[in-house]
Design a protein around this ligand. Sequence first.
Ligand code: 6PG
Length: 251
Amino acid sequence: MPEVHVFADPERLAEETARRVAAVVDRGVAARGRAVLGLSGGSTPRRLYERMGDAARAGGRWERTHLFWVDERFVPSTSPESNYHLVAETLLAHAGRFPGRLHPVPTQGMDREAAAHRYERDLRRLLDPAAGAGADLVLLGLGPDGHTASLFPGSPALGEGSRWVTDVDRAPQPPHLPRITTTLAFLNRAREVWFLVVGAEKAEILRTILVGPHPPDPSLPATLVRGAGPVRWFVDREAASKLPPGALPPP
Ligand code: 6PG
């Protein structure tokens, strides 16, 4: 059973994960002079991003922090469907002016394939491929079909073994938009991977993924995410409601 942390509600989950993110940043800055964090899209991380923005207002460790996106909808950054827009209206709005470096996915001025190649170049400049590990932390969500980032069940992107970034023609899950996504070859280099999952609607898929010996299963992309270090699950009580009692840490 992977490491699972259960919280009474999304607010408490956001509080604790924000505290832990700061600790990851401190470790990265102390060890390597900087921290590199991958941000997920979707609705789950909103509260966490707001708290990260509040913390970043103080500067300090956040001046040495690089933020990138684990995936993006191929729409203008001003679109409400954009994952950059999600971060802009939460983390960046709360930070006032983010003191670190942002590495958004390019979604204008080039086609989707060119954008994927450009983002790969950007990430390889940010994270030397020759170095042992990748990002200090990657934050991921979980879709009801077991997708994560924009890696969907059965997608050819799941088989990409060398490229760090690829493009997806049309997402089978809403929003049904073209996507740019980091690949498992990239995600599985991360020093830490955290899945954030909240809500009763995720209870069934979370149980499917967490319970039972699971060989990596392309029909459940989240089961293919390993990371170079620990994979941790931060879930609220509603999402954990179908996990067997023995699967949960003592209260
Ligand atoms: C995206 C995300 C995607 C998301 C899951 C969960 O671009 O939509 O990267 O993988 O994390 O679909 O989304 P919710 O947090 O909205 O449930």
